[in-house]
Write a protein that binds this ligand. Structure first.
Ligand code: HEM
Length: 461
C-alpha cells in the first residue's frame, strides 16, 4: 500500500561503523592514537554497560545506562575522581585550572568562580559576542561564491569571541601570535600518548608532549603579563577596566578565593575548554543543515523573524528554538567532548554491578547519544527531537554534551548563548553549501573534529 505522506528526508551524517570484533592490543593502541571513536563495537551502542577486565589500563567500565551515569556523576560523585589518562594529558597544561583541579582546590575554585558565571555576567557578554560575530561574518564578503573552510573559520570566530570576553582585546604582545600559540599548544600537547595508556612512569619522556613545552612556557608568559597589565589598570584611578572574565577572575583573588597561579591556570583552562568545543559544534551544525535544506530554510525564517523584532541578542537563545535545536542535535551526534572519564576511589556497587577501586569509568556522550535503546533512529540528524514540545522526552542522563553533576560544564550557558548568536549572524546573511570535497570524518582529539575540515561554498542569501 502506498504511503499517504512521503517520509521526511533524513540525513545520517558520517560516523564509524561499530566494530564486529574486538581489536587486538596492538590494533587498539593504534586506533586510540589515531581515532578512539573507531574503537567501539556493537555492544557499546546496545548494552547498558560493559565491564572489561584484563585490559592494559586495569578494569574498565563503559557506562551507557542513564541510571548508572547518574550514580557515577551525581549520586555517588564523591567516589569518583578524574581519570588518570585524562589528567596526564591535561594537567601539565592546565595545572590547577577548574577542569583538572581535584579535592579541596577544586571545591574552593568552583565556589570562587560561581560569581564569574552568573546569568547577569553571561548576559553582559551577549553584546561583545554579537559584535565579534558581526565583524567576523563581514570577512565572508570577500569570499562570496568561493570556498571557505567552515571548521577552521568557526575556530577563529569562537577564539575571537573568547579573547574578547576574556581580555577585551587587551593582551600583552601581538594578538595574532597569541592565537597561533594556542593552536600549537593544543595540537602538540592535547594528545593521548600510547605510553600513558600503558601506565608508563612519568619520568619516561612522551614524544607527543616534548614539542609543546616551549609553546607552553611562551604562552604562560603572555598570560602572566596580561594579568599584570590589568592589575595595574584596576589599581589606577584614571582608567576604567572592562567587566570581562579577567577582571571577574582577578576580583575572585584572595585567601578564600583563587591564588594568582590559579587565576593564570583558569585563564588557560577557559582558552582550552571554551572555544574549540563551541567551534566544533557550530561547524557540525552548519554542515548537517547544508544536508537538510528544508530544515535550514525553516531556521533562516525563524532567525529573520526574530532579528526583525528583537535587536537584543540576550533574548535570542529563548526566541530561536529551531536554531537552538539544530545546534543541540549536532552536539548529540558530534558531542564536542566525546568522553567523560572517571576513576573509582573505593569499591562501589550499582544494581548487581560491582565497580572495583581503581576502575576506569567512561561515560561517553559519543555512545550514549547514539545508543540504540535510548534513541529512535539514533544515527539520523533530526533537530525536531529538541523542539520545545519534544524536549521533555529526553532524559537528563541520556543527553550530556556538558556533562552532569558537580563537575558539569561551568561555561554551558555561555556556550549556548554564543552558539545561537553566531548562527543567527551567519545564517541571516549567508548560506553554506556542500562541495564535492566536503567529506568530513569525525575524529576524537580533545574534541570531536571533522577530519578533512569542512570545505563549503559560501553565498549571500
Ligand atoms: C559547546 C561547548 C562546550 C562543551 C560541549 C563543553 C563540555 C564540557 C564537559 C562535558 C565538561 C565536563 C567534563 C567532566 O565532567 O569531566 C566541561 C567542563 C568544563 N567546561 Fe565546558 N564545554 C563547552 C564550553 C565551555 C566554555 C565556553 C567554557 C568557559 C568559558 C567551559 C569551561 C569549562 C570548565 C572550566 C569545566 C570544568 C568544570 C569543573 O570541573 O568544575 N566550557 N565542559
Amino acid at each position: 500500500m502506498a504511503l499517504l505522506t512521503e517520509p521526511k528526508p533524513s540525513f545520517r551524517p558520517p560516523a564509524p561503523t561499530p566494530r564486529q570484533n574486538p581489536p587486538s592490543t596492538l590494533q587498539m593502541m593504534r586506533i586510540v592514537y589515531r581515532n578512539p571513536l573507531e574503537l567501539w563495537g556493537e555492544p557499546s551502542y546496545n548494552e547498558p554497560w560493559i565491564f572489561v577486565t584484563g585490559g592494559i589500563g586495569g578494569p574498565l567500565l563503559i557506562a551507557n545506562d542513564p541510571g548508572l551515569i547518574r550514580h557515577v556523576l551525581v549520586d555517588n560523585a564523591k567516589n569518583y575522581k578524574m581519570a588518570r589518562v585524562r589528567q596526564k594529558i591535561l594537567r601539565p597544561i592546565l595545572r590547577d585550572g577548574l577542569l583538572t583541579a581535584e579535592g579541596e582546590v577544586w571545591r574552593r575554585s568552583r565556589k570562587a568562580m560561581a560569581p564569574v558565571f552568573t546569568p547577569r555576567h553571561i548576559a553582559g557578554f551577549a553584546g561583545p559576542m554579537l559584535e565579534k560575530a558581526t565583524t567576523f561574518a563581514e570577512r565572508y564578503e570577500q569570499a562570496i561564491g568561493g570556498r571557505v573552510d567552515v571548521s577552521r573559520d568557526m575556530t577563529m570566530l569562537t577564539f575571537d569571541i573568547l579573547a574578547e570576553t576574556l581580555f577585551s582585546g587587551e593582551v600583552a604582545g601581538e594578538p595574532e601570535g597569541f592565537a597561533h600559540q594556542v593552536d600549537r599548544l593544543f595540537e602538540t600537547m592535547g594528545r593521548v600518548d600510547p605510553l600513558d595508556l600503558l601506565g608508563a612512569p612519568d619520568w619516561l619522556p612522551r614524544i607527543t608532549r616534548i614539542l609543546g613545552r616551549n609553546s607552553l612556557a611562551f604562552f604562560r608568559g603572555i598570560v602572566a603579563r596580561t594579568m599584570d597589565m590589568r592589575k595595574e589598570k584596576l589599581a589606577s584611578e584614571d582608567s576604567e577596566a572592562p567587566e570581562d572574565f579577567l577582571t571577574l577572575l582577578l576580583r575572585a583573588e584572595g585567601p578564600d578565593g583563587l591564588t594568582r597561579e590559579e587565576i593564570e591556570d583558569n585563564i588557560i583552562t577557559f582558552i582550552g575548554a571554551g572555544h574549540e568545543t563551541t567551534a566544533r559544534a557550530l561547524g557540525w551544525t552548519i554542515y548537517c543543515l547544508a544536508n537538510l535544506p528544508e530544515e535550514r530554510e525553516r531556521i533562516e525564517d525563524e532567525i529573520d523573524a526574530v532579528l526583525a523584532r528583537e535587536p537584543d541578542p540576550v533574548n535570542w537563545l529563548d526566541d530561536m528554538p529551531f536554531t537552538r535545536a539544530a545546534f543541540e542535535e549536532a552536539m548529540r551526534l558530534y558531542p564536542p567532548a566525546p568522553s567523560i572519564n572517571r576513576e573509582a576511589i573505593q569499591n562501589d556497587f550499582y544494581a548487581d554491578l560491582e565497580i572495583p577501586k581503581g576502575a576506569q569509568v567512561l561515560v561517553m556522550p559519543w555512545t550514549v547519544h547514539r545508543h540504540r535503546k535510548l534513541w529512535d533512529d539514533p544515527e539520523a540528524y533530526i533537530p525536531s527531537r529538541f523542539h520545545p514540545e519534544n524536549r521533555d522526552r529526553i532524559g537528563r542522563f541520556q543527553y550530556l554534551p556538558f556533562g552532569a553533576g558537580p563537575r558539569v560544564c561551568i561555561g554551558a550557558t555561555f556556550a549556548m548563548q554564543e552558539a545561537v548568536i553566531a548562527l543567527a549572524v551567519l545564517m541571516s546573511r549567508y548560506r553554506f553549501d556542500l562541495l564535492p570535497e566536503t567529506n568530513p570524518w569525525p575524529v576524537q582529539k580533545l574534541t570531536t573534529q571533522p577530519q578533512g575540515g569542512l570545505p563549503m561554498r559560501v553565498t549571500r542569501r
